[in-house]
Design a protein around this ligand. Structure first.
Ligand SMILES: Cc1cc2nc3c(=O)[nH]c(=O)nc-3n(C[C@H](O)[C@H](O)[C@H](O)COP(=O)(O)OP(=O)(O)OC[C@H]3O[C@@H](n4cnc5c(N)ncnc54)[C@H](O)[C@@H]3O)c2cc1C
Length: 469
């Protein structure tokens, strides 16, 4: 039987796999996407925030959003206090996603970009071929083998190419099920902190609702003979959001899954890459998992394209991807731990003590600069540095002068189309805000200096000084 031969194989057709396949094909690569499209956790709806729109734009999918997502009101959050938080009606609203429809839409986009899609499961671990490249065994009536030069693993929390993983937060277990309530329930998504974990609850279009209980896996083990259903219902009975609607409700089979935050020890090699949850899996509290999977998919495509185009750029491209995954993990553990520090009423409970952390490092929070006018002397902060770092420029990864500062999520080489190095040239010497803006206009760097100046001040990169020169 003839094998399928392609440049790149992507295993797993979730958000990470479909997006990387789509972007690679649009960059001119010959890609095969192999996914089982299995209904794993598919009944579980997921939230996405407005931050996902630029990524959907990149994939030409913003117009399709309505086909797989429903806009929802700001959530009812009971976190710091037992009562609900005040929410802003004008605040950005999120969406509730039907994952089956979303994943199908992403796979369609990949197919439309020229990707060969094979709907099947990869049973064995892919192996290296003596001639170079990879052999992937699949089970379809027509093909049995796929031969490729580059392998991308996007099979979610269970990567078929296992590189070892480290936890970035304590372990977290999710028990979830769909409920049919005896009477119409509230219409908002709800998030509520409980003594031994937290609950996420969402109303569905057909009048039912979905509830997920997040807890330490030890709680399940400690519960001995209790069935998973009993543990789940007992846990939820403490939630105000359920009120007294547990009585008379019907509940589907309760399922359990791992929801821990982990980072793979190695995310990329010279001819392979892990992407999405296979590389870095986040806790659902962030509601960022899908967004990060799409982001790594879009960036990962440029990394693989760079490696395949010019082997001498491979070390820089690999470094870029490794740094991205590590930065995502570091940001996530910092933000999640601060969030877990919120409910003060539970601060002595083991679940919360193991996770909470209050950021006391002032370097991570730039001090307010006070009022700045054209005569204020400004200078580059001593915490800021500029050096050559791997950056994503267009459709390649290359070395570029980039700015680093503790208040930034990662190195920044450009603000819009403007190179940061050009903006900060000469700022190790103090100069007035007026002189700086005029010099940016005079040298043709920008005609709208105030937005850029505000960004530097807000992030503490340019700081007022009393010392001239
Ligand atoms: C309980 C829970 C709640 C969550 N809630 C949210 C939320 O509200 N918002 C949010 O943004 N994120 C949420 N997440 C995270 C989000 O689901 C993931 O981050 C996201 O799905 C990662 O996408 P992925 O493509 O990397 O992996 P996946 O979505 O897991 O996709 C992997 C794909 O690979 C396929 N596959 C696996 N093995 C094989 C194989 N051997 N052969 C072929 N195909 C295979 C799978 O069937 C699947 O289609 C939640 C996670 C959990 C556990």
């Amino acid at each position: 039987m003839k094998p399928i031969i392609a440049e790149v194989a992507v295993l797993g057709a979730g958000p990470a796999g479909a997006s990387i396949a789509c972007r690679l094909a649009r960059l001119g690569r010959d890609v095969v996407l192999i996914g089982d499209g299995s209904p794993r956790r598919r009944a579980l709806p997921e939230s996405i925030s407005p931050g996902i729109h630029p990524l959907l734009d990149l994939l030409n999918l913003n117009d399709a959003l309505d086909t797989f997502a429903t806009e929802c009101d700001p959530p009812d959050v009971r976190w710091e206090e037992p009562g609900p938080l005040k929410y802003s009606v004008s605040g950005p609203s999120g969406h509730l996603v039907d994952r089956s429809k979303m994943d199908a839409c992403l796979v369609d986009a990949a197919r439309g970009a020229g990707v060969q899609v094979i709907a099947t499961r990869v049973g064995d671990v892919p192996t290296r071929r003596a001639e170079g490249g990879w052999l992937v065994r699949i089970a379809t009536p027509i093909f049995e083998e796929v031969h490729v030069g580059f392998l991308i693993v996007a099979t979610g929390r269970k990567p078929v190419l296992f590189q070892g993983r480290k936890r970035i937060m304590p372990p977290l277990l999710a028990l979830h099920s769909r409920w049919k309530l005896p009477y119409p329930a509230r219409t908002r998504i709800s998030v509520e902190a409980l003594r031994e974990g937290w609950v996420w609850w969402a109303p569905l279009a057909d009048g039912s609702c979905y509830a997920v209980a997040f807890m330490d896996p030890l709680l399940r083990r400690r519960s001995g003979q209790l069935s998973i259903e009993n543990i789940y219902v007992a846990f939820l009975s403490e939630a105000a959001v359920f009120g007294n609607c547990l009585n008379g409700s019907q509940i589907d089979k309760v399922r359990a899954c791992d929801a821990s935050a982990v980072l793979a020890n190695k995310v990329i090699g010279s001819d392979w890459m892990l992407v999405g949850d296979s590389a870095v899996a986040l806790e659902p509290i962030s509601a960022q998992g899908i967004q990060v999977a799409l982001k790594l998919g879009c960036q990962g495509a440029v990394v693989v394209h760079t490696i395949l185009s010019d082997v001498s750029s491979a070390p820089v491209a690999e470094m870029f991807y490794r740094d991205q995954c590590q930065a995502i993990a570091a940001r996530h553990s910092r933000a999640t731990a601060e969030f877990y520090a919120g409910p003060k009423r539970f601060r002595h409970e083991p679940f919360w003590m193991a996770r909470a952390f209050r950021n006391t490092n002032p370097a991570l929070r730039p001090a307010p600069t006070g009022s700045v006018d054209v005569t204020t002397l400004l200078r580059l902060s001593t915490d800021a540095s500029l050096r050559d770092l791997p950056c994503l420029i267009g459709d390649r990864i290359c070395l570029q002068m980039a700015l680093e500062h503790p208040s930034l999520d990662g190195p920044v080489s450009h603000l819009g189309n403007v190179a940061v190095a050009a903006l900060l040239r000469g700022t190790t010497q103090a100069q007035t805000a007026g002189e700086l803006c005029r010099s940016w206009i005079r040298t043709g760097i920008t005609e709208r200096p105030l937005t850029l100046l505000r960004w530097f001040l807000k992030n503490g990169i340019l700081a007022p000084t009393d010392v001239p020169g």
